[in-house]
Design a protein around this ligand. Sequence first.
Ligand SMILES: NC(=O)c1ccc[n+]([C@@H]2O[C@H](COP(=O)([O-])OP(=O)(O)OC[C@H]3O[C@@H](n4cnc5c(N)ncnc54)[C@H](O)[C@@H]3O)[C@@H](O)[C@H]2O)c1
Length: 254
Amino acid sequence: MVEALQGAGVVVTGAGGGIGAALARRFAAEGARVVVNDLDAERAGAVADEIGGIAVPGDASGIVEAARDALGGTVDVYCANAGVASGGSEAAGESVWALAWDVNVMAHVRAAEALLPDWLERGGGRFVSTVSAAGLLTMIGAAPYSVTKHGAYAFAEWLSLTYRHRGVKVHAICPQGVRTDMLAATGSAGDLVLQPTAIEPEDVADALFRGIEEDRFLILPHPEVAGYYQARAATPDRWLSNMNHIQQKWEAGQ
Ligand SMILES: NC(=O)c1ccc[n+]([C@@H]2O[C@H](COP(=O)([O-])OP(=O)(O)OC[C@H]3O[C@@H](n4cnc5c(N)ncnc54)[C@H](O)[C@@H]3O)[C@@H](O)[C@H]2O)c1
């Protein structure tokens, strides 16, 4: 148990299923009061009912005020978890790129803007960003997803280095495959690179809670990602050649 979470006001976006629902369940089990957000009101309501939380459905981009009201005035922990798995190339189309930026990056920026004044005044607050290993590496066949997850990671990193001396804690969760609806919809690229090592949403929640206890920014539910991230930084051309081999294998199987 993380003592500070007893009675804390927690918001989880995109919590109608998958990783978000697992995070919401885990925070509730730790004694937190949990706001369950999702675009899908029915699914948000079902998870809220199950865990004794409060459903605040809608677009994750603009829910901080409603969540704060629902929690009686204070948000202690905000999990920016809602995301879209926008696949495709440079030619994915303007609307696909715009949605990926809006949900995967700007929703985090807007939430932080709404949360920070109160957190800085109180000298505390916790921002949890569900990024992806694609934010540290790159996902085959998914340019908008890879680019915007790099953006989400950069924003989490910026928040952490800017406000850590003022009591704000930030965690960036960077899993590879997790068995959710999103993974099931990722198609042949997901089957090739994510399915073989996929974990359960509950494993992601466990990894976050270990990271909270150890006061760690980077949460790697797949520990091997640390080695890939090092290889990418140390030997970029070798890493790109290895990734290109996977790309060619994927193309051959299409
Ligand atoms: N599943 C994976 O393999 C995997 C791996 C790494 C990172 N992630 C990230 O984890 C997060 C959760 O994904 P998941 O796998 O649980 O997917 P999921 O599809 O099971 O759940 C995502 C939820 O977010 C909701 N949502 C989408 N846009 C929203 C918006 N604008 N406002 C509010 N809710 C919205 C959806 O309705 C859905 O219920 C995402 O940010 C995703 O990129 C997933």
